[in-house]
Design a protein around this ligand. Structure first.
Ligand SMILES: *Cc1c(COP(=O)(O)O)cnc(C)c1O
Length: 458
């Protein structure tokens, strides 16, 4: 099993705390068995999300010191715009405080009631922003993308036939843009191939429909293209990125992922009219066009992060570390989703805990047990997040998969931490029969996983 050693050494450390099992039992009780309610200080390894949790480099921190906090025209904006434009090539760059505000600006100026938005798979904030503008999000990922056990190099690809059929059936007037998420976060961080991007580009161009990338993990996607598409084996990552963006007319970005920063994002595009409308809304909602809800120092950190994220040794380490964790788990017989994606490993909780019915939240039960036994925080993506109780009949509906996501923050944990995580999970797997099911004690009508309270089934 290969894991490229970290291409950095450590200059500053942050203490993390090991608690006792007794303390964690007590903390879980107070949290209503909901890991969102835990004080982060009481977590040893936090794999809740890879968003905004990156460690910045010495070069980025140095950039923070040269932040120019002028209201208008700060020098860091020009560095930021240059760094972004070098990668994406679009003429207009709009800074935002994070990805969802870029989505809100774009959709507010481009969508009308009843419009359709095809995507491989919408991320939840993207879906919510489409719905907020009274349009309809459609997920057209290839069928292989739905099968948790199928190995496929580009499970994030769009089904181009479905896309063509949609345009033929509904008419291009109702489709103001086509989107593609790279990598496909909701599909398990699975990449999209350059061949697929070319096909979607051709369809978009033929029908003159704008094509936007949700580019949060664009660099990780580029690394997979280099690794898995023979045509790109000897191309540089920046040149692969440039080609990828050359097929699109614009993009939304959360710099909290592949920007290697803790806050920030942008919207970029070529169209002048759309840019003007989005800028006017930006001034209303976020701030003046040269800061867009960010401090000058944040813009500088993004400018530098975007250069670092394209370094090949960084990406080999990043993707390699996630894969290393997945392979350690696989080797212990722990059921995980295949293939291993770019930013996370997913435990298959239905296979891990076959003795628990979906009504007893097997994925949440597993996530809770993992914190109780090892101080590791993960996130449930199963019936707590996606199940629903019918308000009239009280009948529960369940999603197809019960997953626990281990999202790996960038440049934060060492390979020894990954071994600790893998061994803790393998240990838990050996004693899986002892893990009890859960039942809901409180649920909110919407997005219940954030505030739910649960207890153990006796
Ligand atoms: C995180 C994310 C977003 C939203 O970005 P925020 O910075 O969290 O607002 C949109 N799309 C994808 C694919 C994401 O992963």
């Amino acid at each position: 099993m290969e894991f490229p050693a970290e291409p950095f050494r450590i200059k500053v450390v942050e203490k993390i705390q090991k608690t006792t099992r007794e303390e964690r039992v007590e903390l879980l009780q107070q949290a209503g068995l909901n890991l969102f309610n835990l004080p982060a200080e009481k977590i040893y390894i936090d794999l809740l999300t890879d968003s905004g949790t990156s460690a910045m480099s010495d070069n980025q921190w140095a950039g923070m010191m040269v932040g120019d906090e002028s209201y208008a025209g700060c020098k860091n904006f020009f560095n930021f715009a240059r760094a972004v434009r070098d990668i994406v090539g679009f003429s207009h760059i709009i800074p935002t405080h994070q990805g969802r505000s870029a989505e809100n600006l774009l959709f507010s100026v481009i969508l009308k009631k009843g419009d359709l938005v095809p995507n491989n798979t919408h991320f939840d904030t993207t879906r919510a922003n489409v719905l907020h503008n009274e349009a309809i999000p459609l997920d057209l990922v290839i069928d292989e993308g739905h099968d948790p056990n199928l190995d496929h190099p580009f499970k994030g690809n769009m089904d181009v036939d479905k896309l063509e059929r949609l345009i033929a059936d509904k008419g291009k007037k109702r489709i103001p843009l086509i989107m593609m998420t790279v990598t496909n976060n909701s599909g398990g961080g699975q990449p999209v191939s350059m061949a697929n991007l070319r096909q979607v580009h051709r369809v978009a161009k033929k029908h003159r429909i704008p094509f936007f990338l949700d580019a949060c993990r664009f660099a990780e996607n580029c690394f997979f293209i280099k690794e898995r598409e023979p045509e790109f084996a000897s191309k540089s990552i920046p040149s692969i990125a440039r080609e990828m963006f050359s097929y699109a007319d614009g993009c939304t970005m959360s710099a909290k992922k592949d920007g290697l920063v803790n806050i920030g994002g942008f919207l970029a595009m070529n169209d002048d009219t759309c840019y003007r409308a989005a800028t006017n809304l930006l001034i209303l909602l976020e701030g003046f066009p040269t800061y867009g809800g960010l401090a000058g120092r944040d813009l500088e950190a993004i400018a530098r992060g975007l250069q670092e994220v394209l370094e090949e040794d960084y990406l080999a380490y990043r993707i390699g570390q996630v894969r290393y964790l997945g392979e350690l788990l696989s080797r212990s017989g722990v059921p995980i989703l295949k293939p291993i994606g770019g930013h996370a490993v997913y435990l298959n909780a239905r296979e891990f805990l076959p003795h628990l019915p979906q009504a007893q939240f097997p994925a949440q039960a597993l996530a809770v047990a993992l914190y109780r036994e090892a101080g590791i925080r993960t996130v449930e993506i199963g019936s707590l997040m996606f199940g629903e109780t019918d308000p009239k009949t009280g009948k529960e509906s369940y999603p197809e998969l019960e997953l626990v996501r281990l999202a790996i923050p960038r440049r934060v944990y060492t390979s020894m931490h990954m071994q600790y995580v893998a061994e803790s999970i393998a240990q838990l797997y050996r004693q899986r029969q002892s893990i009890k099911g859960l039942l809901l004690v409180y649920q909110a009508p919407l997005l219940r996983h954030f505030t739910a309270r649960l207890s153990e089934v006796e």
